[in-house]
Design a protein around this ligand. Structure first.
Ligand code: PMP
Length: 406
C-alpha cells in the first residue's frame, strides 16, 4: 500500500535541509576544535560561531548580536526565561500566560506555582484567541514579573497578537518582562527586534519584547539547537551555570555544527520567504476547502482566527484520532493528533479542550503541518485517502451517529 512517505508533521520537526547538512559537515570533520581553545584552528571555529551570531542578529534586526544566547532549543529557552527572570526580580510574584502554551512553558509555570508564585492562565475562545480585555485585567503593575505568550500555537497555528500585547504590557508597567515562545513562527514571519523599530515595513515590530525563544529543528536545522533572544539590559539570571561561554550567561561548550546549521537554515528561509509563504498559503487554501467539501461533519480549528499558513488542525466528529493516525501511516502519510509531545496519552489535547471543541470532535482531531517541501500532488493524495479513512472508521466507531444510542 505504501509508496513513498508524505511528511505532514512539520510542527513536530522538519527534515534537515541539504544545504544545512553540507554547511555543518566540516565541524564533524577537520574543524572539530573547541572554540574556547587557544590555537589558531580553534580561533577559526570561534569565528564561525561569531559569524553565525552576526547573521542571525541581522535577520531579526537586533541591536547587537550579544542579544543572542545559543541554546539546546525552545524548552531550554523557556526554562531560562521563567526561572532566570524570577531569580533576578525576586520582589515580583505573578506570571501571566495562556491555557494553550506548550508544556515547556505550562509545566514550568506549574513549578513556579509550587514555589509560591501566582500564575494567571488566560483562557481562549472557540477560535483559540485570547481576549485583550482579559489580558489587560490580568496585568498587575508592581507585582507581575513576566508575561509569557507564544506567537503561533503548535497544534492549531493560531497566532496571538504579541506585538500589541507586548506594547500594552510596557505601557502598563515598563518593568514587566515580556516573553514570546516563537518556536512555530521563527523563519516563517519576519521580525524586527530593534528598539528603533523595523527597517522594512514587512517585519513585525517586536521592540517591546524582552525575550524570544525558538528551536532550529522547526525550520530545517537539526534537533537540539535553538537560540534565546534576550534584549540588552534585561534583568535575568543564568539558567545553565558552568563555563564562561556565551558571555558567562550559558555554560557549556557550544554546539558548533548545529549553530552553523541553524544560521544557514535561517538564511535559506529568509531568502525564499516570499516563495515559501505564497506556496504554503495556496496549499492550505486548497487543502482546507477540499477537506470541507469532501468530508461531512468536519471542522477546521481556528479557521476564523489569524493563523499560520502551514498548519491545518481538522476535527472529524464521531471518530477516534489514534486510529486515524494509524490508518494514515499505513498509506505512508505522517501526521499528528494534537501535539507530538502529548500523543501517546489518551488525554485529549489541552489546546482543543481550552477552545471547547465538542467531545464528539476532540478525539477525531488530526494536525497536518506543512513545509516548503510539500506539494500539491501530496495534498491530492491525502485528499483521496483521508475521506475514505474517516468514512470507514465512522462506520465502525462507537462515537458515530449511527452507532450511538444516547
Ligand atoms: N514551544 C513550542 C511552541 C513548540 O512547538 C515546541 C516543540 N514542539 C517547543 C516549545 C519545545 O521545543 P524543543 O522540544 O525543541 O525544545
Amino acid at each position: 500500500m505504501q509508496n513513498s512517505i508524505i511528511y505532514v508533521d512539520n510542527n513536530a520537526t522538519t527534515c534537515v535541509a541539504p544545504e544545512v547538512f553540507e554547511a555543518m559537515k566540516p565541524f564533524f570533520g577537520p574543524e572539530y576544535f573547541n572554540p574556547s581553545s587557544m590555537y589558531p584552528s580553534a580561533g577559526n571555529v570561534a569565528r564561525e560561531i561569531k559569524s553565525a551570531r552576526e547573521k542571525i542578529a541581522g535577520f531579526f534586526n537586533m541591536d547587537t548580536e550579544n542579544e543572542i544566547l545559543f541554546t539546546s532549543g525552545a524548552t531550554e529557552g523557556n526554562n531560562h526565561v521563567i526561572f532566570g527572570s524570577a531569580a533576578a526580580n525576586p520582589t515580583r510574584k505573578h506570571i501571566i500566560t495562556t491555557m494553550v502554551e506548550h508544556p515547556a512553558v505550562l509545566e514550568v509555570c506549574r513549578e513556579m506555582e509550587r514555589r509560591g508564585y501566582r500564575v494567571t492562565y488566560l483562557p481562549v475562545d472557540r477560535q483559540g484567541r485570547v481576549s485583550k480585555a482579559d489580558f489587560v485585567r490580568a496585568l498587575e503593575p508592581g507585582n507581575t514579573l513576566l508575561v509569557s505568550i507564544m506567537h503561533a500555537n503548535n497544534e492549531t497555528g493560531v497566532k496571538f497578537p504579541i506585538q500589541d500585547l507586548a506594547r500594552i504590557t510596557k505601557e502598563t508597567d515598563p518593568e514587566i518582562l515580556f516573553h514570546t515562545d516563537a518556536t512555530q513562527a521563527v523563519s516563517k514571519i519576519p521580525y524586527s527586534l530593534s528598539k528603533d523599530g523595523p527597517k522594512s515595513p514587512l517585519s513585525m515590530d517586536l521592540r517591546y519584547v524582552d525575550f524570544l525563544s525558538c528551536s532550529g529543528h522547526k525550520f530545517h536545522a537539526p534537533k537540539g539547537a535553538g537560540f534565546l533572544y534576550i534584549r540588552k539590559g534585561t534583568r535575568v539570571r543564568p539558567f545553565l551555570i558552568g563555563g564562561h561561554q556565551e558571555g558567562g550567561r550559558r555554560g557549556g561548550t557550544e554546539n558548533v555544527p548545529y549553530i552553523v546549521g541553524m544560521a544557514t537554515a535561517l538564511e535559506i528561509a529568509f531568502r525564499s520567504y516570499f516563495e515559501d509563504h505564497g506556496k504554503l498559503m495556496e496549499l492550505q487554501r486548497y487543502f482546507e476547502s477540499e477537506l470541507l467539501a469532501r468530508i461531512p461533519d468536519v471542522e477546521i480549528n481556528g479557521t476564523e482566527a489569524d493563523r499560520m499558513p502551514n498548519t491545518t488542525n481538522v476535527s472529524c466528529h464521531f471518530v477516534e484520532g489514534e486510529s486515524i493516525l494509524y490508518e494514515l501511516s499505513e498509506y505512508g502519510i505522517y501526521a499528528s493528533s494534537g501535539s507530538a509531545c502529548t500523543s501517546g496519552s489518551l488525554e485529549p489535547s489541552h489546546v482543543l479542550r481550552a477552545m471547547k471543541v465538542p467531545f464528539t470532535a476532540i478525539h477525531g482531531s488530526t494536525r497536518f503541518s506543512f513545509s516548503r517541501y510539500n506539494t500539491r500532488e501530496e495534498m491530492d493524495r491525502i485528499l483521496e485517502v483521508f475521506p475514505e479513512i474517516i468514512a470507514r472508521l465512522r462506520a465502525a466507531s462507537p462515537f458515530s451517529r449511527e452507532n450511538r444510542h444516547d
